[in-house]
Write a protein that binds this ligand. Sequence first.
Ligand code: PLP
Length: 228
Amino acid sequence: MIDDNLKDVTRRIARCCEKTGRRLEDVRLVCVTKEADFSQIEEVIRLGVKDIGENRIQEALSKYKIIGDRVSWHLIGHLQTNKIKDAVRIFSLIHSIDSERVARGIDKEAKKLNKIQDILVQVNCSGEKTKFGLAPDEVIEFINAVRIYQNIAIKGLMTIAPQVDHPEKTRPYFRLLRELRDKVNSLKLTAYSLQLLSMGMSDDFEVAIEEGSDMVRIGRAIFGEKIS
Ligand SMILES: *Cc1c(COP(=O)(O)O)cnc(C)c1O
């Protein structure tokens, strides 16, 4: 089942790239394994998955202990200050930064490990109270504050679209994130430009790719719905 699902997702990503004139290698699939067990993770790795997304540090650590650096690890969930040290140790990209305090902590821990920690700034494009992330109009000031940290590289922006009854309805949020990235780049706040947009999940990744996503985070479409 996972085999077929993964093939289907990959095919849909490829078709979407073709349709929008983007290169397949420019859209990375982050396979979200928060609901998956070890054997399922081993299976997707065997099938060629290179990027794994987890939203809880504790769980990621126990999976990392077994799986190790055969894949790149992505933190997609909220990061608390007391977990920063572990996060910096294992994650190649942290998608969920929305606080200066956490950014400062990451910089400090990364310095100790002699690492430049890649991060994305999480933006709450829909303004839902239940979601983490900065309001769109806070992003520029935030990047201005965080860019001084030498052991952090701000690679781009991340958002989670609201749950809607039709994927098309997510389009404005993805578009907003892309426009925000372009605006940040046009202001030249950072010495380098922000490249990455991490957006799109099982229900809406095709719309996200059409709007310029560089990284889709997909769980259920690969592992199936969890029946609880
Ligand atoms: C769980 C999760 C995903 C994957 O969602 P699916 O609907 O299972 O594809 C992506 N991003 C974040 C931040 C998540 O928490």
